[in-house]
Write a protein that binds this ligand. Structure first.
Ligand SMILES: [Zn+2]
Length: 262
């Protein structure tokens, strides 16, 4: 993939719509090309800003009930029986209901769409899964391969605007494999790679303004376990196909390390 091809695909990549082979090619190019990397970050920032400042309208809670009451009787029956069909029924009949009601229906429709938007955590989770799968499939698990934390940590300096803590968890059964740069949540992040038996674990770290509530969120998607939390001004996302119980041993160790250690 050259610069021209990469830039043509930026809008799709920003929206995470590229297929896996193209996404891998794109990652390779971004790793190798600082100009495109800068341009891509800029487009990502614009997208994030638009998303942050767009105006959503919340419909009052009783609005759906009032619309249901205003509908003809047969539609009301549908409303009470099956909500999904009710929505279609509303959109199918709104042309005949006059301008005012049409506006109200449009409001409800946007409210329903708004509720269907994924949360920020879900969107980041999607990116983490995609990044993890790519790192395994592209055989590009690490930019710096070393089991020595004192080799991996300095490698990041100058490549990131923060310094991730790189812990040594060999005694726990999680030797360090290495580290690499990755792109998650519209920024360059550190990806630390640990191994447990034949399982690889990606630990993503980046600065975060999210308040450290002590909450650890776990989820499983597509056969992978994901764990995320905020701590010491950083966001942490851990992902692996390792079973949840053993993965939590590493999570506990990561959460226990002092921010300045490593
Ligand atoms: Zn380029």
């Amino acid at each position: 993939m050259d610069c021209r091809e990469a830039r043509e695909l930026f809008p799709a990549h920003v929206d995470r719509e590229l297929g896996l082979p193209e996404a891998i090619e794109m990652d390779r190019h971004l790793h190798a090309c600082p100009q495109c990397q800068e341009e891509f970050m800029e487009q990502s920032r614009v997208r994030a800003a638009v998303k942050k400042h767009v105006t959503y309208y919340h419909a009052p809670g009783d609005l759906a009930a009032r619309i249901a009451t205003a509908l003809p009787a047969e539609d009301r029956t549908l409303a009470s029986s099956r909500r999904r069909e009710w929505r279609w029924s509303v959109s199918a009949t709104w042309l005949g209901l006059g301008g005012a009601l049409a506006g109200v229906v449009a409001l409800v429709w946007s409210a329903l769409l708004y509720q269907a938007l994924p949360s920020a955590d879900e969107m980041v989770g999607d990116q983490i899964v995609a990044s993890h799968v790519r790192s395994l499939m592209a055989s590009h698990i690490a930019d710096v391969t070393s089991s020595d934390q004192h080799t991996v940590k300095p490698w990041f300096s100058g490549k990131l605007d923060f310094s991730p803590t790189v812990g040594d968890f060999t005694e726990l059964g999680f030797p360090l494999v290495g580290g690499r740069l990755d792109y998650v949540d519209h920024r360059t992040v550190a990806a630390l790679v640990y191994r447990h038996r034949q399982h690889l674990v990606n630990v993503y770290v980046w600065p975060s303004a999210v308040h450290d509530t002590g909450a650890v969120r776990t989820q499983s998607r597509q056969g992978y376990h994901l764990v995320n939390w905020a701590g010491g001004g950083m966001a942490y996302w851990v992902i692996s196909d390792l079973n949840a119980k053993e993965l939590m041993q590493l999570v506990d160790a990561l959460r226990g390390q002092a921010p300045k250690a490593g």
